[in-house]
Design a protein around this ligand. Sequence first.
Ligand code: HEC
Length: 253
Amino acid sequence: MKNKLITLCMAAVLFMPMMAAASGGAHLDTAPIDINDKDSLKRGAKAFADYCYSCHAASFMRYNRIARDLGMEEKEVRDMMIHTYGKKGAPTKIGELMHVSMTADYAKNAFGTPVPDLSLVARARGADWVYTYLRSFYLDPYRPTGMNNAVFPDVAMPNVLWSLQGLQEAVYKKSEHAGIEVEELEHLKLVQPGTMSEEEYNSFVADLTNFMVYLAEPVQVERRSLGWKVLLFLVVLFGFAYALKKEYWKDVH
Ligand code: HEC
C-alpha cells in the first residue's frame, strides 16, 4: 500500500511539468462554446473563411459536409468559402477537401515555418487553448511580426485579428526563483482599441473556436444524440429480456 502511494506521488510529480508544458505554463480561459448551437457554428465558419482560410487548410473537411451538418445551402457555403480554382483553372467543386493555394515552400519563406493544417487543432491543443491563444497576442518589437503570444511564445503567425481586438501590451511582474529575480508575464493590457469591444471580440473568438471544435470531430453532434438513443434502446431491451427470463424460469421456481 505504502509502495503504491509512493509510486502514485512520483507519477504525479513526473507528469506535472508535462501538463504545465502542454499549455505553455500559461493560464487558459474556458472556451464558452456549445457544439449544438448551429448559428454560432455558422458565424465561426464565416470567421474561419474570412480570416484563417487564406493561410490554413482544413484538409480533412469537405465543403458540402459543412453545408449538410450546419444546415446551409451549398451555394451559401460556396459563396462563403470557395475562392480558389482547381489545377486546370476549373472552379473548385463543392465536394472537394478544404485545401489552400499556399504551398509549404511559400509559407516557409514567408513565416519561417509551414502553416499547420487546422483540421484537428482543437483536439490536439484543446478548445480552451485555441480560445485563449486567439486572444493572447501582444506587442513585441523583438519579433519579426511585431507580435508575440502569451500561450505560444515566439509564434510565427501574424496577429491577423488585431484590427478587431485592438493592440495589447504585456504587463510583467517581478518574482524570485531560487534566489534569482525574474520577470513574469502577469496579464495583457489593451493599449489601442479595435473595431470590436472586448465582449464582442470574445464572442467572435468563441464562435471561431466552436467551429474548429466541430472541424476536429464533425460527427460529435450526431454521436452524442445517437449515444442517448442507444442507451434508451438498452433500457427497453433490458425490460424485455427480464420479462423473458421470468417467463422461462417461472416453472422451475
Ligand atoms: C498569414 C497567415 C496566417 C493566417 C491568416 C492565420 N494563421 Fe494561424 N498560423 C500561421 C503560422 C505561420 C502558424 C505557425 C506558427 C508557428 O509554428 O510558430 C500558425 C499557427 C496557428 C495555430 C497553432 C497551431 C499549432 O498547434 O501549432 C493556430 C491554432 C492557428 N494558427 C489558428 C489560426 C486561426 C484561427 C486563424 C484565423 C483567425 C489563423 N490562424 C490565421 C499563419 C497564419
